[in-house]
Design a protein around this ligand. Structure first.
Ligand SMILES: [Zn+2]
Length: 94
């Protein structure tokens, strides 16, 4: 367990904390939600295309292809972004 250093105020923040103790920046872990949304969209497109290439009796193949794409992309996202930590400083203007 190593401490994280807040890039905004250089405070050491214990890994797992959700807020920087120095400047109240939000600490977020793991991949951005948008990445999974993009993976889901890509999977839906692939599933749709594959489903239309197959005869009606085989249309479930589209779901399987879509799930496979989503699973694969999710694994890649986790591999590259699973350790990501973002300090999201909230600037209060009011
Ligand atoms: Zn900070």
């Amino acid at each position: 367990m190593s401490n994280l250093i807040c890039p905004h105020c250089r405070t050491q923040v214990p890994r797992g904390a959700t807020v920087c103790t120095g400047c109240q920046a939000e600490v977020k872990y793991g991949p951005a939600n948008g990445l999974f949304g993009a993976a889901f969209l890509a999977a839906a497109v692939v599933g749709y295309k594959v489903g239309h290439m197959l005869p009606d009796s085989m249309s479930f193949g589209g779901w399987i292809a879509g799930l496979a794409v989503f699973g694969g992309l999710s694994a890649v996202i986790q591999k590259f972004y699973g350790d990501r930590v973002v300090f999201n400083r909230v600037y209060r203007t009011r």
